[in-house]
Design a protein around this ligand. Structure first.
Ligand code: ZN
Length: 281
């Protein structure tokens, strides 16, 4: 067994959720992070049962967020949708709902306004999250995705949001650290230490390829790109993160390979990184 989660985006073209759960068992992964479309295709109750029966940990449920919208009615709909996801997360045993917060409102140039909508959106789902026992992980996305996917783009910015929403650091609101989105940040080390164990709610692994041909669907396998993943794992450990790392590779290349091969390579490439994450050398 290897203390590693499969984010099911990694094998989404090859496997449905049931096959991904079986794949985790077959390849000795201890955890899974499922996406909503796959959970709803299998059924929330069936998903909960299958994951439990397989003895897998759930690292997070993907994904909530997408708060900015043009009208109050649409913003309210987004909030209701997130509330539904919180109850689904609780049902499938996910301790964390991952938030990809959303970008600019279509046709708008009001970035500050979009960021305020994100803050207001998260604030209005905190009660449900607290009573469901589900934590909210803001995932900062690379700034090139500010317009269309998330206007929360640095760890500093995400943590400032956490400070405002949860000033007591209760652990209800925190961050998911995705190597792909944050590796370039000169403040990464400082901000990881600032986050600390209460706010670090996930560690997503992949690599940054040179050149990167597509921002969303050309992520690299760990070791094939330029990110110092062992170094990042050291920083996460020193900052107090003791959770399970998760492989999350959106890649036209790896989606074209047999999923069992992908799992083998993931396992092999993740092992030395996990050594750094779990064992001080
Ligand atoms: Zn991620």
């Amino acid at each position: 067994m290897i203390r590693l989660a499969l984010n099911t985006a990694t094998t989404r073209r090859q496997w449905d959720l049931r096959e991904a759960i079986e794949g985790c068992q077959r390849h000795g992964f201890t955890a899974i992070a499922p996406w909503r479309d796959q959970v709803e295709a299998l059924g929330v109750g069936n998903t909960a049962r299958s994951i439990r029966d397989a003895g897998l940990e759930v690292t997070g449920y993907c994904r909530g967020g997408m708060f900015p919208a043009a009208t109050a009615t649409l913003r309210k709909a987004a909030i209701h949708d997130n509330q539904r996801m919180i109850s689904q997360a609780a049902e499938i045993g996910a301790p964390v709902l991952v938030l990809v917060c959303g970008g600019l409102v279509e046709g708008s140039r009001d970035l500050a306004g979009a960021r305020q909508m994100v803050e207001d959106g998260i604030a209005s789902i905190m009660d449900e999250a607290r009573s469901a026992g589900v934590r909210l992980a803001i995932e900062p996305l690379h700034p090139m995705q500010a317009a269309d996917r998330s206007c929360i783009n640095t760890l500093d910015q995400a943590l400032a949001l956490c400070d405002r929403l949860d000033p007591d650091t209760s652990g209800l609101v925190g961050v998911a650290i995705d190597a792909y989105h944050l590796w370039w940040d000169p403040q990464l080390e400082t901000q990881l230490q600032r986050a600390g164990s209460n706010r670090l709610m996930g560690f997503h692994l992949c690599d940054w390829l040179v050149p990167t041909r597509h921002l969303v669907t050309d992520r690299g396998m760990m070791g094939d790109g330029v990110i110092d993943l062992p170094g990042m794992a050291d920083s996460m450990r020193r900052a107090g993160y003791d959770g399970t790392a998760e492989v999350e590779i959106f890649s036209d290349h790896w989606w074209s390979r047999p999923a069992d091969e992908v799992m083998k390579v993931c396992r092999q490439r993740a092992a030395p990184i996990l050594d750094h994450l779990h064992h001080p050398s």
